[in-house]
Design a protein around this ligand. Sequence first.
Ligand code: SF4
Length: 329
Amino acid sequence: MKPVVTVRGLVKTFTQSGPWPWSPSREVHAVAGVDFTVAAGEVVALVGQSGSGKTTVSRIVLGLEEPSAGEILLDGQRWDGLSEAQRRPLRVRFQYVPQDAMGALDPQQTALEHVAETLSVLGGCDRAAAHEKAVAMLTHLGLGERLNALPREMSGGEQRRVTLARVLALDPRLVVADEPTSGLDPDRRASVLEALVGNLPEGAGCILVTHDMSEARDWCDRVLVMLAGRVIEELDLSKATPRHPYARILFDPWSGPVPREALDTTGCPFRSNCPLPPAQDPNGPCARAVPELRALDGEGHRVACVAIQPEDSGTSSASTGARPASGTL
Ligand code: SF4
């Protein structure tokens, strides 16, 4: 079966002006060569700190931004490079759940009106069918008693579920959810993610953009860890533990704060923060080139680090999830 999404060699470059009119501008690589797929029925997490490129990747996948290079295939069809007129009939299959639910809702419309209007305008339903489907979806998501509530009368969790109802009612092939639980307490986060993941149409794929590692662990089939516009580790957390030193810090709540020092612009972007021996060599492989994402096993675990070898899998301290002591893996 074809993947729902195939991303190949994705690059996005911005030109950033200098602080003064006479300062030279510079190119910023927000995304610097990303490849991945999302299979039918799969939920894939894109994780990383702010500025890692995860939101830019998700926006390009949905056609909200144009890539500088690379290919996006949705259901096997080339999507990048299409005109807006060519994309319009396909857009309904690829839906976006925004981070700011309140900002995405019309303050004058009730929960029911939001979903019914989406079904009329994008779903091609007549008025009666849109109304009936909207009531059914909102009720299914636990908002049966809140059909006539306005956004300002709803809790944060209810607002998120209205945005989910709009998306799920359209029977999408792909849902991209950008930090859909941001600002909610843990119980509400879980209920929003349950509503999303538990109600994806059969065979649909989902990309969950998050900086919450427990969400990636609990709700996703596969995780892509991003740093400086690249995927530095890809794994199924039910089968493997993170191996890249940056990914291990992200996923280990006891490891202290994630380093905030500037990322290196040549070689491995994590070099200045990395505790592993090869990083200390100013002329070594970490300094010379950006490490490639290499397979560690036949299960799809890939890591971009010259110090991690396939034969280390499951035998070193890296497999315990503990933060590496300086000089060890
Ligand atoms: S060992 Fe080298 S390649 Fe691996 S994370 Fe550290 S600096 Fe990067």
